[in-house]
Ligand binder design. Structure first.
Ligand code: HAM
Length: 421
């Protein structure tokens, strides 16, 4: 047997109702908050991700699925959606029609991470991005929208972690302070962190290696280095979140694993998943549109880990399926042909109906109808059909009656509707 690749998974029909429910709820919220859907390719030029996510991040250094594609050069299975949404905003000149664009996209992402519970190599994100709005109110509104979605989905035990990464004006001072503090503990750093220390000292704050964690324990807080503009921005975000009743914690160690962020960054963590506790993350990236060749436009976004959200909800949500309304048991060739016709007509009218397609006894088919939890069974045999009659059995009350085959699908529809009301 050829098995699937480690870190990849099948989402089976039994589990799909949860995915669909989350997607429906997310789309309703996006609609209410004025976001429009965008669908983008899964494959992009590798350079797009190297330039935006940053070539000294874990994602770009070691987690991308990239391959040479002839004249097109190095291409990559997208590890996240933001870079592609920005590319599209620029390439499709969306900013020319209206610099303010509120977009969302849902789909698979690929990262060659070490697979474990909650961490997959193909995973799905529900991603939202807003362009053209620099106001801190947008930051708070976005987090509020995200928490509204989680609350509609009844996801409890979440915390909102918040930090600010400052801007190109104030971040260098923080980087310098951080560097001079870490320099003294350089020996304790892992190989990765030592290598990229000078180029990207912030990455050390994000490293999970225990010796690195220990080394940055006394690290300065970036929020102490914010310039007036960034400080005011951060205060306004916090104030509005409080006003909207969204609780949060300031996490001075939060830097996020992508280099494009400026100012507000946030992560939603859950207590229900063990080590992979981030169920969503995002932040402002005011310089990225320009960095990728577009106009200078501010932006902010987030992505929810769809798989992780499902893993949490599967702990308390029962999968649901449209119940089977009618099961047909037919005896003989003529009845089989009639049954197939009626099932097709009922399905067309939105009624779930199934039938037997083989030579099985009425007894074993009744068992199957029970297993499928059918509300009604119709038994059609050659003799009955000659008289234009079939037997209808209500599986709950066990009542049986004869009904005419004339207009049978309409009769069944009205019986089912009456039973529901
Ligand atoms: P991220 O933090 O890398 O941010 O990913 C967002 C979420 O995707 C994570 O919080 C997590 O729930 C989920 N996730 C990430 N990697 C995996 C994985 N290997 N397996 C399962 N789930 C995973 C971004 O991707 C940014 N693009 C978010 C953003 C949008 N920032 C601004 N706009």
């Amino acid at each position: 047997m050829i098995e699937l690749i480690k870190g990849f998974k099948d989402i089976l029909p039994e589990g799909i109702s949860l995915w669909q429910r989350i997607e429906t709820e997310a789309k309703t919220i996006f609609d209410d908050f004025g976001y429009r859907e965008i669908r983008l390719p899964i494959l992009e030029k590798a350079e797009l991700f190297a330039r935006s996510i940053g070539d000294t991040t874990d994602i770009v250094e070691k987690e991308m699925y990239s391959f040479e594609d002839g004249k097109r050069g190095l291409v990559t299975l997208r590890p996240e959606a933001t870079a592609s949404v920005v590319r599209s905003y620029i390439q499709q000149r969306m900013y020319a029609a209206d610099p303010i664009q509120k977009l969302f996209t849902i789909g698979p992402m690929f990262r060659k991470e070490r697979p474990q519970k909650g961490r997959y190599r193909q995973f799905y994100q529900i991603d939202a991005e807003v362009f053209g709005i620099a106001s801190p109110y947008m930051d708070a509104q976005m987090i509020f929208m995200l928490m509204t979605l989680f609350s509609r989905l009844k996801v409890a035990g979440l915390s909102v972690l918040l930090n600010s990464l400052g801007c190109p004006a104030c971040r260098p001072a923080f980087k310098e302070a951080l560097l001079s503090m870490i320099e003294a503990k350089k020996e304790a750093l892992c190989e990765n962190c030592s290598r990229r220390l000078l180029k990207n000292p912030l990455r050390v704050l994000d490293c999970k290696v225990p010796t690195c964690r220990e080394a940055v324990k006394e690290a300065p807080a970036i929020t102490d280095y914010l310039c007036k503009g960034c400080d005011d921005h951060f205060s306004a975000v916090k104030e509005m979140l409080s006003g909207l009743g969204v609780g949060y914690e300031i996490d001075k160690g939060l830097v996020r694993g992508l280099d494009y962020y400026t100012r507000t960054i946030f992560e939603i963590q859950t207590s229900a998943l063990g080590a992979q506790n981030a169920v969503a993350g995002g932040g402002r990236y005011d310089g990225l549109v320009e960095l990728l060749g577009g106009p200078s436009q501010p932006a902010i976004g987030f992505a929810i880990g769809f798989d992780r959200l499902c893993d949490i909800m599967a702990q308390y949500e029962k999968p649901s399926q449209k119940p089977l309304q009618v099961f047909f048991i037919t005896e003989g060739a003529e009845a089989g042909k009639q049954g197939a016709n009626w099932v097709s007509r009922l399905n067309q009218a939105g009624v779930t109906a199934e039938m037997d397609y083989g030579e099985r006894s009425v007894k074993s088919l009744m068992k199957r109808a029970d297993k499928l939890d059918a509300a009604f069974v119709v038994i059609a045999d050659g003799e009955g059909l000659e008289k234009g009659q079939v037997i209808l059995r209500n599986m709950k009350t066990k009542e049986q009656s004869s009904i005419s085959t004339t207009g049978i699908t309409e009769q069944l529809q009205s019986i089912i509707v009456n039973q529901r009301s």
